[in-house]
Design a protein around this ligand. Sequence first.
Ligand code: GTQ
Ligand code: FE2
Length: 320
Amino acid sequence: MSGVDALAELDARLAASHMRGQWKSEAFLSAAIGGPKPAGAPYAWRWADVMELMGAAERAMPESLQARRSLIFQNPALPRGTTHTINMGVQMIMPGEVAWAHRHSIAALRFIIEGDEKLTTVVDGRHCVMETGDLVLTPNWSWHDHHNKSDQRALWLDVLDVPLVLGLNQTVYEPGSGADQPNVEPGRRVGALRFAWRESIAATRALQLDPHHGQAYEYRDPDHGGPCLKTLSCKLVRLPPGFSALPSRTSASSVWFVVTGNGSLELAGDEALSWGPRDNFAIPNWTRHAIRNRSDEEAVLFTVSDEPVLQALGLLRQET
Ligand code: GTQ
Ligand code: FE2
C-alpha cells in the first residue's frame, strides 16, 4: 500500500473512532497565514428598505409586548448575525406602546434615531430618557422595558452581542411576569447607562483628526474608563467635508449607522459601498477598508465593534 493510501485508511479508521489527525488542519491553518479569514461579507442595509419593511411589520404585528418589533440585519454570507459576533437592527415602538420587561445574558445597546423626553427605557429600575442621538446601554442580565409615552413613533438602533454569546453557548433568558420589571436587588451597580447626544457630539468634534479613522470618539464608562460594555465598544465618528481616510484593517468586526452625511466605504479591488443618512453597514473582521466623506458637509456615523473581547483575550490585531 502506498503512503497516501495508508494515511487515507488511517483517517477513515480515526473517523470511525471519533478522532482526527492534526494533519487534517493544515489547509485551515494555511488559510490563516497573515491574519484571520474574514467572517461574512461587507454589506449595506438601506434606510428606505428598512422603513418599508418596518411598516409591514407594524401591520402584521400591531403591538410590541413580550416580543419586540425589531428587524435584525442578517449578513448574506453568514449563517446568523450582522457580523459573526454582533447583531444590529432597528426597533420601532408606537405611541402608547410598552415593550415588556425581560432580561438576558446577551448585552444590548440602543442608539436613538427618533425619540424625545417621553420615550424611556427602564434598566434595572433606572429610568433613562431616549432622545434622538442618545446612546443607552442594557448591560447583560439587566431587566429592561421600553415605554413610548409620546405622540410620535419612536425608532432606535439595537446592537447586541447575540452571535458571540450563542457561540459561547451562554444564552440565558428570563421573561418578566408582566409589563413592568421586578424590583432589583438593592446595591446592584450597572455603571453609566445613558450618554447624551449633545455631549458625545461635542467631544467628537473636539478630537484631532486621525488619518485612518477621522475623529473617532469612544464612549467610555466614567467609573473605570473602559469600553461602555464588556463585549462591545461604541464610537461616534466624524468625517470632515471631503475627508478620505487612509486604508486599514482590524481583527475586530463592526457595524455602522449613518447619523448624517453621504459617503462611501472603499474595499479591496475597486469595490465600494455607498452610504447616506440612516443607512447601515457591516464590516467583517480583517477586511481592508477606507471610509470617505463624499460631500461638502460633515458626516457623522455611530459604530459598534467587538474590540473589547479581542483586547481581553489578547487577540486584537490592527494593520494600517
Ligand atoms: O429591546 O429588549 O432587537 O431583547 C433584540 C432582543 C431588542 C430588546 C432586540 C431584545 C431587544
Ligand atoms: Fe431585551
